[in-house]
Design a protein around this ligand. Structure first.
Ligand code: NAD
Length: 694
């Protein structure tokens, strides 16, 4: 029977323990719900004095089983299980270890009391999957801790520690030692006392200051732009303050059902599952083990080297920065310190953590320190000869068996590896700027890279909080190769009538953190010009800006001009250059709608993404989406470029590509063979299987 498989029933005298056993994360799938329902009934029949709910293995429960969302629900429903708990004549106590998230925490909130291990984390991350807590969380949590505290937790979606939750008032006790024994003891001592269910705790929300609540909601929602779920969360929590528990539950349910069936939630779940999928390399043998990394050395203390070194120190791994001169080293270390000091001042870092991080970062001008490294990451100038020379040195100094990684954005990993006698231990670790902030790590697999080397890079990436995607070796790898293909259409749009602000507005209204022109100004237009020069390509308008000394923010002007606060402002000079260019090319300028701008910016990326899949540079379409949502400011609630194409339908994508290819003579837009094939078959990127990234 289902309940025997998913919930274990144990007894310690008259204290009964129900252990959820649905590895790895104890989701509340049908069998678990059935097991809990039956277990509570059995415990009551047997005369239990108290019932403890726990999780087996790693955690209490990670919540609802999201793969059951799109299927007909099997009884008992979660509300039926909750009803059984709330009507129980003896107290039901949740004992939380690991984490209790989403429906898992909602299950705990229904109980008469909650106890937890000191290391446990609790939270309601539903907002990040595009919906709201759907099993009473938005109604019970405010009744336990007040509307505003609940709002912060529910709209933010980040878990809090058990200690913090106890301070806020939704954990009754934090218990040291093995949890089950401690919880049984706690139950014995407290079972006689009277418990008030969360749903009845109206004292915490009575007379809530709605104006203050609304002001907090407005400030939290300002940061979430076009995303619907934070608004839904605020609306549901507000209902707890203005009506009865039952009315609030109905409001919550309505919002939940609308959001969970919506496009944004679909996109967010696509990315959520995609990130887990991207952690699997299709052809990597299961028995592959990462090499232990206790100390890292980063070569280069510039923009990237500094950010990479900080990432290690932030996550407790000792790291040494190597620079050519003492002056450059001091500059590099100072920049890291200044960064941490900013976080310290903002209150997001404690003095103790600052000191810990600072102590983990050391510097040297002597390459000899590489001998102490378990992993070396090179982040020096983007020049193949410089990199080859450095890798030959690293190979001579580093211990045998140590992985040597390059942070190159464009260079050939195989060429870099060829400068060493250990090409199997050379990989790309492509961080994104600022490296201590951006989550994405493209791990580049060269033709000789061993599984062990890849597994080591992945393990380190995970330990320093990155989202890893293994990609093949090609110019620009995945993300930069795709964005690089937009240039032609960008120039054409400007020539046909758009201005930089129009293009950025269209992209930012869609949800991108920053449009391509503003991004170009931030990165430096001279860098793009140098890449074009090396590739023998042209971008007449961008080249004209660079020729006029407009390198972007670093020269105070690029596509825009900038004031002292770095606010971007349209520049008549740029408009003049663009309009003159239109006249020169005899193009009649017209108003271009945002929808057309968006399409013409995204289609070249999708087409290149398809080529990347054909070549096996990315293993799966969703890997590409994960790259864009973690490294390129693409909002996860839009799901990424390949998701966008699938939603448009690949037949329509093929037709539009062909149409724009003909109208603009853009060589990048000739539909990729894969798009032709999938369009003809009625297929999608999402439905393709995984291939080796090589
Ligand atoms: P940078 O110019 O800011 O820093 C390079 C640093 O390397 C300089 O401080 C220089 O003194 C140092 N250096 C040069 N030769 C050295 C040597 N032999 N030993 C020790 N130090 C040496 O450049 P950056 O922007 O940090 O880029 C570094 C690498 O990262 C490049 O390969 C670049 O393509 C790549 N990258 C850059 C970005 C970005 O946005 N800037 C993003 C991803 C990857």
């Amino acid at each position: 029977m289902a309940e025997e498989r998913f919930v274990e029933h144990a007894r310690d005298g008259d204290i009964h323990i129900l252990r959820i056993a649905n590895p790895p994360v104890n989701t509340l799938r049908t069998g678990v719900r059935a097991g809990l329902h039956a277990g509570i009934a059995a415990a009551l029949r047997e005369g239990a004095r108290a019932i403890i709910l726990m999780g087996e293995g790693r955690m209490f429960s990670a919540g609802a089983e999201m793969t059951e969302f799109n299927k007909p629900r099997q009884p008992p429903s979660l509300p039926e299980v909750f009803e059984a708990i709330e009507t129980s004549k003896v107290p039901v106590i949740a004992a939380i270890h690991g984490s209790a998230l989403g429906g898992g925490l909602e299950l705990a909130l229904v109980c008469h009391a909650r106890v937890a291990s000191p290391t446990a984390m609790v939270g309601l991350p539903e907002v990040k999957r595009g919906f709201v807590p759907g099993a009473g969380g938005t109604q019970r949590l405010p009744r336990l801790i007040g509307g505003e505290a609940a709002l912060k937790i529910i709209v933010g979606g980040d878990p809090v520690s058990a200690v913090e939750a106890q301070k806020l008032g939704f954990i009754d006790a934090v218990l040291e030692g093995p949890l089950e024994a401690a919880a049984v003891e706690w139950a014995r001592q407290n079972s006689g006392r009277s418990f008030t269910l969360a749903r009845k705790r109206d004292d915490n929300i009575k007379g809530a200051d709605l104006a203050s609540f609304d002001a907090l909601a407005a400030s939290l929602l300002k940061r979430t732009r076009g995303q619907e779920s934070p608004k839904g969360c605020a609306q549901a929590v507000r209902a707890a303050l203005t009506g009865s528990f039952e009315d609030g539950l109905n409001t919550e349910r309505e919002i939940f059902q609308k959001l969970v069936a919506g496009e944004q939630s679909f996109a967010l779940r696509h990315i959520f599952f995609g990130e887990r999928e991207a952690a699997r390399v299709p052809d990597m043998p299961a028995e592959t083990h990462p090499l232990p990394v206790k100390r890292a050395v980063v070569i280069g203390g510039g923009t990237m080297g500094g950010g990479i070194a900080m990432s290690f120190a932030n996550f407790g791994i000792p790291v040494t920065m190597v620079e050519q001169t003492q002056e450059a080293l001091d500059r590099g270390l100072k920049k890291c310190e200044a960064n941490w000091e900013r976080t310290l001042k903002s209150g997001r870092l404690s003095e103790a953590d600052y000191a810990k991080r600072r102590a983990l970062l050391t510097g040297s001008t002597d390459m000899g320190v590489v001998a102490e490294a378990d992993l070396v990451i090179e982040a020096v100038f983007e020049d193949i000869n410089v990199k080859k020379e450095i890798f030959a040195k690293l190979d001579a100094i580093a211990r045998p068996g140590v992985v040597l990684a390059s942070n190159t954005s464009t260079l050939d990993i195989d060429a870099i590896a060829s400068a060493t006698k250990r090409p199997e231990l050379v990989v790309g670790m492509h961080f994104f700027s600022p490296a201590n902030v951006m989550k994405l790590l493209e791990i580049v697999r060269g033709k000789a890279s061993s599984f062990e080397a890849i597994a080591t890079a992945m393990d380190v990436g995970k330990r320093i909080g990155k989202v890893n995607v293994v990609v093949g070796n090609c110019d620009g790898f995945v993300g930069n190769r795709m964005t690089g293909k937009r240039g032609f259409q960008l120039e054409r749009l400007l020539l046909e009538g758009a201005l930089p602000a129009d293009i950025d507005r269209a992209m930012e209204t869609y949800g991108m953190a920053m449009g391509p022109c503003a991004t170009g100004d931030l990165a430096g237009l001279d860098i793009g010009a140098a890449v074009r020069k090396a590739r023998g390509t042209k971008a007449p308008i961008a080249d004209a800006l660079v020729a006029a000394g407009r390198y972007g923010q670093k020269t105070g002007k690029g596509w825009y001009m900038y004031d002292e606060k770095r606010t971007r402002l349209p520049d008549p000079e740029v408009e003049r250059i663009i309009v003159e260019m239109s006249e020169q090319h005899q193009v009649k300028r017209r108003k271009i709608e945002d929808a057309e701008i968006l399409e013409r910016m995204l289609l070249p990326m999708v087409n290149e993404g398809a080529r990347i899949l054909e070549e096996g540079i990315a293993s799966r379409a969703v890997d590409i989406d994960v790259i864009f949502c973690n490294g390129f400011g693409w909002p996860a609630w839009r799901g990424g470029p390949m998701f966008w194409a699938d939603r448009m339908g690949l037949k329509a994508v093929r037709d539009r590509l062909a149409q724009y290819a003909e109208a603009t003579n853009d060589p990048n837009l000739k539909p990729a063979a894969l798009i032709e094939k999938l369009a003809a078959e009625g297929g999608s990127f999402a439905a393709m299987g995984a291939k080796r990234a090589a």
